[in-house]
Ligand binder design. Structure first.
Ligand code: AMP
Length: 261
């Protein structure tokens, strides 16, 4: 049978093979999608906390993981800065703490985080970044989640040397437009036009708490605070220690591996 007559038989003589072909393609697409999903979700719910000093890369890795798992990424720093920009009463109260690089009071931040985590889009998993920062916050979070039959599934600690942190943070610039939040680095990720946001063309600014002096103070206080916090999660068996230096891709792969994804 010639190629032409064969095609003729398939397309006109007998519609069944075409139907089977369409079914096969649909089945293949579904299988591929479920394999990809399984790779990302691994059938588990992920309630993950990212920890690390300022500049350890928590934000970058946390937002990538949240995107891949299709769950929300809640950064306490972003939440607080948004409140400050909006001039809410809580924002006004918190402003001076952020500018001095000091922690906002536990009860204030606990209330804000609980309010956020109660929203429906957090029920299928979430990534926390920047919270909890004290044992009191961690205990509050445990109790809060427990009441809702939820729990923290993993705590990823990104470990980075202090001098690397200073280089990363002191060169950081963010877009001054509160709605944009794009982030740059003078050395590692410069904007196309110096001092100007690539996305919205507004001027870039340095966060008041990103200067070297404030930063070193933040790192020192972070070190003191993180030890009991790490112990808290070590006892729970959820702590994953990851080296946060080197190519971003490799760090991300280590994180996935530690989460069993
Ligand atoms: P970050 O962007 O995570 O470095 O946070 C910026 C600032 O927000 C911190 O220096 C604190 O003043 C405040 N902040 C963020 N998260 C917390 C938290 N969990 N507890 C208290 N203060 C916080």
């Amino acid at each position: 049978m010639s190629r032409r007559s064969c095609l003729h038989t398939f397309s006109e003589g007998n519609p069944m093979p075409q139907f089977v072909l369409v079914l096969a393609v649909v089945a293949l697409v579904l299988v591929v999608e479920s394999v990809l999903r399984a790779r990302n979700y691994n059938g588990k719910k992920h309630n993950v906390i990212f920890m690390g000093a300022p500049g350890a890369g928590k934000g970058t890795q946390a937002s990538r993981l949240a995107k891949d798992l299709n769950i929300p990424h809640l950064s306490s720093g972003d939440l607080l800065r948004k409140a400050v920009q909006q001039g809410t009463p809580t924002g006004d109260e918190i402003k001076s703490y952020i500018e001095k690089g000091q922690l906002a009071p536990d009860d204030l931040i606990n209330k804000m985080i609980a309010e956020e985590l109660s929203k429906p889009n957090y029920k299928d998993g979430f990534i926390l970044d920047g919270y909890p920062r004290t044992v009191e916050q961690a205990e509050f979070l445990d109790d809060y989640l427990d009441e809702d039959n939820r729990y923290i599934t993993a705590v990823v600690e990104l470990q980075v040397d202090e001098e690397v942190l200073v280089e990363r943070i002191a060169g950081r610039r963010i877009c001054g437009n509160g709605q944009c939040n794009a982030s740059y680095h003078l050395k590692f990720k410069p904007p196309l036009v110096p001092g100007t946001c690539d996305l919205c063309r507004r001027p870039l600014i340095q966060r008041a708490d990103d200067t070297e002096a404030v930063l070193r103070e933040r790192i020192e206080r972070h070190e003191q605070r993180i030890v009991p916090l790490l112990q808290h999660y070590h006892h729970q068996g959820t702590l994953k220690e990851i080296k946060g230096e080197g190519p971003l891709e490799e760090i991300y792969d280590d994180i996935l591996l530690s989460l069993g994804i």
